[in-house]
Design a protein around this ligand. Structure first.
Ligand code: NI
Length: 167
């Protein structure tokens, strides 16, 4: 496994829709392993294949916190089949380092996908995991969260400052 270069906002590949995956190949297994390594190395909670330059409907997510055991999810051809509720909060992206913006998302989603062995599964998710699923599925459709940001993008240091002054 290896780290792959993360494409940054403005790269045209991030604006293109991804193709459905039809078969499990050695290349796909390698891609998934590299995406997990790249996500953990960058300290992100999710990564979609176009962010490493591959236009396939594959994404990985792990929203476990620093002290928790890793809990990686692999989604191939994910489809959000139900969503309800609403959450509003800061969202960021490894393709736009150091920035965040406030985005509204459903608080609960149900997703249908294939796992890394191409076995179908469904998952119900809430809060941060639901947000991450929506964010990554958007990437697979060629969209970035910045399109949904209410107000301005802010520097992450400024959010941390705000939180510090609040506590
Ligand atoms: Ni992203």
């Amino acid at each position: 496994m290896a780290l792959r270069t993360i494409r940054e906002y403005g790269d045209e590949i991030l604006e293109k829709p991804c193709k459905e995956v039809k078969h499990l190949t050695p290349g796909l297994a390698l891609l998934i392993g590299d995406m997990l390594d790249t996500m953990y190395d960058a300290g992100g909670v999710g990564l979609a294949a176009p962010q490493v330059g591959v236009l396939k409907r594959v994404c990985v997510i792990d929203v476990a916190g620093g002290d928790e055991e890793p809990c990686p999810y692999v989604f191939i051809n994910p489809e959000i089949i139900e969503e309800d509720g609403e959450q509003e909060g800061y969202e960021g992206c490894l393709s736009l380092p150091g920035k965040s913006g406030i985005v509204k998302r459903p608080n609960h989603v149900k997703v249908r996908a294939l796992d890394k062995k191409m076995q179908p599964f469904e998952l119900e998710a809430e809060e941060l995991l639901a947000r991450a699923i929506c964010h990554e599925v958007d990437h697979l459709n060629g969209h970035m969260y910045v399109e949904l940001v209410e107000g301005e993008l802010v520097n992450n240091e400024d959010i941390e400052l705000e939180e510090e002054t609040e506590s």
